[in-house]
Write a new protein. Structure first.
Length: 270
């Protein structure tokens, strides 16, 4: 996969509905949690089927079939990205399945995006733990369809689908962000975010290819693991009062420089 850029202009503000009470913590759904045992340690990813359903389905299928087991991190760029998931351990490899259509944005329920910050040029918030950006319903001119359109925001820890030059060429390749790179927004499908193991992502050996590559030793859906082996984690609820206080403090501290990538979603083991 080589990278292309796309400038996106967003506009206006998402109209917010009445606030609902939320707890500060929520459990991970084992059906949408990917557990990756690497040669450097464990990475746990919360997947986002509402944002990229076909990509999530493909990652789940390849994990269940063991396709990802043993694959190398074949292209790792310091301060940018860890790339893996190609069965041939090189750029351009694919699985036995057809390429996927582009899933660069999605229309979601108005209350699905939480922790929302209204900006002069649009909105930023979260689908679960995945950071997103978008435009307001009013600016989209959607008529009776009041669902905002959002796309994944490439902050650190975000998991994306690799592709070739064509937009409909995602297949099996996946990548994890070592640091934010918002130039990728709206140009590569976002299928999840690392909720535990960002230190592991950043420790993967760098190189194109790395001289001593790390690998994904074993990749499983949490629901497919024996209960004793499943990660027992809770993540901060971005609609909860504690996270909302974090948003307000970050916005006050950073002012116009503030973005969704400045927010950290806490994780704990209850």
């Amino acid at each position: 996969m080589r990278w292309t850029g796309m400038a996106i202009t967003t506009a206006a503000v998402l109209a917010m509905g009445a606030a609902k009470p939320h707890a500060d913590w929520r459990p991970l759904d084992p059906q949408n949690t990917l557990v990756i045992e690497t040669s450097k340690g464990r990475i746990v990813v919360e997947m986002a089927p509402a944002l990229a359903p076909k990509a999530v389905e493909r990652v789940k299928r390849l994990a269940k079939e063991g396709v990802y087991d043993g694959l190398l991190f074949h292209r790792v760029i310091e301060g940018f990205v860890d790339q893996t998931g190609n069965p041939n351990n090189h750029d351009g490899g694919t699985s036995a399945y057809p390429d996927l259509p582009a899933e660069f944005s999605a229309r979601v329920a108005a209350d699905a995006v939480t922790g929302v910050v209204a900006r002069s040029d649009g909105i930023e918030g979260f689908l679960g733990s995945v950071p997103v950006a978008g435009v307001s319903v009013k600016e989209q001119g959607l008529g009776a369809d009041h669902r905002p359109r959002v796309w994944g925001a490439y902050c650190d820890g975000v998991a994306g689908m690799g592709r070739q030059a064509g937009i409909d060429t995602a297949n099996s390749e996946i990548f994890f962000m070592r640091a934010p790179a918002r130039r990728l927004d709206h140009d590569y499908a976002v299928w999840g975010r690392v909720v535990q193991g960002l230190d592991v992502v950043r420790a993967i050996n760098a190189g194109e290819p790395p001289p001593d590559p790390d690998r994904m030793v074993r990749v499983r859906l949490a629901a497919d693991l024996p209960p004793a082996e499943r990660p027992r984690l809770e993540v901060a609820d971005t609609a909860g009062p504690a996270f909302q206080a974090q948003v307000a403090a970050a916005k006050a501290r950073l002012g116009a420089r503030f973005s969704v990538c400045d927010l950290r979603i806490a994780v704990r083991q209850p």
